[in-house]
Design a protein around this ligand. Sequence first.
Ligand code: HEC
Length: 224
Amino acid sequence: MFMSRQYPLRSALALACALLPLGGLAQDAAAPRTVAALPAELPDSGEPTPPSPAVADQEAAGTPGLEANFGIGRAATEEEIAAIDIDVTPDGHGLPDGRGSYADGKALYDERCLACHGENLEGIPETGGPALIGGRDTLASDTPLKTVESYLAHASTLYDYIHRAMPMDAPGSLTPDEVYAVSAYILGRAGIVDETTVLDRESLPLIHMPNAEGFADDPRPERL
Ligand code: HEC
């Protein structure tokens, strides 16, 4: 018993001693920094190396709103902007074509969401997945339960959030049809729509959420 407690301590000390000289060596080996000439192309992507500040300033002079730059980077392409321009506003602006039903949503939910949010959308604390339904009228109480059902003012927020962030292990992987479908399923299980519901860019913004009147308007609209 005594020996078995001593042994790990002694080997830990031996390891610490062995590491000390290594630390010293690493510092000695630090090479002096040099500045290398930039290659014409970036090695990984093959893209042209960004222009020098002087050239970039000339280009910026012809670009409205771009007054100065740091001599790095380039203007984003339309495809690059489209790939991250995914926000959906409360009135439904930004919703894509596509449609999805409650029934399709249930199948998708069971496969891609249930593991973290639970069979009854009650949440699974061990995974960090919160409850998605329930909690209606609890927000002003001492034990508020914030869910899709109790908290969101607009159904479009549900679409936006699922599309950009879920499933947590593969965000952005769902097609528009799948996001419409799983939204219909969650809203159905919340008792906000019925099980025959099919959602698309027209019908989703028309859904009235239980907490729609629970938010105050921003008193500074000019800042948005
Ligand atoms: C690997 C676990 C995991 C999977 C799988 C997963 N989620 Fe989540 N989900 C989470 C976690 C964790 C959060 C909380 C994130 C946070 O608060 O930042 C969350 C939050 C959410 C929310 C916001 C809930 C709220 O009230 O704020 C929604 C809606 C949601 N998930 C839907 C889905 C859907 C739909 C799927 C399947 C397509 C899915 N999730 C799959 C872990 C997961």
